[in-house]
Ligand binder design. Sequence first.
Ligand code: T1G
Length: 704
Amino acid sequence: MSELVKYSTRDGVAIITVDNPPVNALSTGVPAGILAALKTAEADATVQAVVLAAAGKTFIAGADINDFLNVVAGKAELPVLHPLLHALEDSRKPVVAAIHGMALGGGMEVAMACHYRVAVPDAQVGQPECKLGLIPGAGGTQRLPRLIGPLKAAELCAMGDPIPAPEAVQLGAVDQIIQGNLVDGAVAFAKSIANRPAHKTRELTAKLAGNHSAGFAALREQVRKAKRNLNAPQVAIDAVELSTTLSFAKGIEKEAELFKQCLRATEAQALIHAFFGDRTVAKIPDVPKDTQAFPVRNIAIIGAGTMGGGIAMAFANVGIPVRIKDTQEALDRCLANARRNYENSVKRGRYTKEVMEQRMSLITPQTSYDGFDHVDMIIEAAYESMPLKRQIYSELDKIARVDCVLATNTSTLDINEIAVATGRPQMVIGLHFFSPANAMRLVEIVRGSATSKEVIATAMAVAKALKKVGVLVRNGFGFVGNRMMFPYMYEAQFVVEEGATPEEVDRALAHFGMAMGIFSVDDLGGLDVAARIREEQHQFDKPGLRKPLASDKLVALGRLGQKAGKGWYLYDENRKQTPDLEVVALIRKTAAEAHIPQRTFTEAEIIERTLYGLINEGARILEDGTALRAVDIDVIYLNGYGFPAYRGGPMFYADTVGLKKIYDKICEFREQHGARWEPAPLLKRLAEQGKTFASFDAEKAAHA
Ligand code: T1G
């Protein structure tokens, strides 16, 4: 056997064990190893049946996604699993798949080619390929409907979410739940069916019968809403629907054709980029993977405002007790908000009332520092005022345990200035959560110049424990995400002062795939907040720098955004927004007074003026080292700013447009609009060398 696939026998049952850590992907050598082991079992007269299991934490979690990147890059042929699947299905000795952890993608397709499937109670099975912009490419769209029916199969392939083993048993995808030791149970099951005639999944047809067209149409509509602008989920439904009209062989052929179409589309490359990006950001060149993190078993939060409350829920949601300190009035509001939040989730059936009460019980409101000397981490989420934060940290310096990590949730202030308010700057780090902190995946982890590697490792581990994605960034105004937002937001405001409307800009961005248009985002954040930052940071004091005019006029009129019922848009009591002609008139009047020439804009021009500003700043951020890699910027925008995953993030998107094209356009804007459009030197360099941001990352990794 290969070292990736082990073989043994027990009581007349052959046990084939895949051992390809960390997730038993079907990497090169694994399919061949299984096939060789199967042939050994078939040739062994003492073997009556076969169990296919996997070592480590999970059953086979899919094909090796790296293979697909190599195929697209022309470095490898598409791996073909069908010979293995047919060998399993045609085996004269029944094969039982023994599932623990997750059987996903190709892993589930291998399991479905076995004659039976057994699983431990907490195992999960699924076809998540659509989350990578793909569809099942090894018979999943043809075998799954034969086991559970075409409509449920189409739903699982189009939504991509795994289902728990007990549900899979009910549906017919798994035959039995094994209590206790999985392999023991699977061997016993295999012995019990050894002499029974085994069905080949590909020959099952009963569940395909009937007219499902109405169901498919309804599912397509449901998936169009749930997976906005995504193509692969719709193609997955097409492939499954073909199982009801074509023979298995023809269905497999069509599936392969549709799979290849998806693989070659940008959607797949962008989503695979995002998949690996989520994991790449955890790799910090100067913080080795085995750096000892401090344990975080309980925390305390200072500040029970929107952010403090959301952070408290985020920790309670993963079972970590939280003390939260503020005035009684603020605490009452905070706990009431948390309870209301949880009650809404219980109403939507996301979890039970007991779970809600259990989580609420983990949040302890208090008006004093009681117990702060016992916690593993203190997160300060106080008002964005440096004097206030420095005062808090000098108090914490006297209270917190020496090994207590001190984290600030500041979004605009200097981490180093906060850190030196204590005698332990090495213990201070930024944990920039995004609102709502109990829901948004992103945490920008901001290292101060003195922050220790252990504290960085702790922050990365906490982000993972919270089921969030932590991206390490350097200290600097706006860190990464917000710093890039400024040119993006201001260019949008200049575009409306030159003739577009807020609604036109937001529509163009929505068509591009942004979760929210920039004017809706500004209304959500508060125009006064942006105005205060403009002032405090003296963003437009430099002579000759064009200053946005309309926004300050709106603030002066009290049009602060959603919270005021009006900002760039009008809002009703349910915060539903409608365009406001008064605002357009105010913008036009302001532009006239400033003699700003007016014109119309195409959606493409709007995207160029707004997103190229964002990308240009991203290149500066890469150059000055505020972000480690271009993919880190992508992960930040995909998980904190509603950038569409199927475009891979701003830097990946820039690569798909072509850096030369972007650079040339920015040079044009430089001519038309002045110094604010100075191309970032890195962008210029990569464009002139015909390179990409991906190549920048690759070169950096090669020299790490
Ligand atoms: N291929 C290659 N590497 C993979 C991988 C895969 N399928 N899955 C995980 N990894 C790497 C991952 O990059 C990380 O690497 C390490 O394993 C641990 O992963 C033919 C076409 C299984 C739920 O989509 O959802 O089959 O950072 O941190 O949190 O029809 O991994 O250590 O270097 O995520 O415990 C379909 C993708 C593929 C499953 C485990 N399968 N994986 O989560 O660990 S396409 C998937 C996951 C396919 C067929 C089609 C998760 C997990 P590193 P991790 P985890």
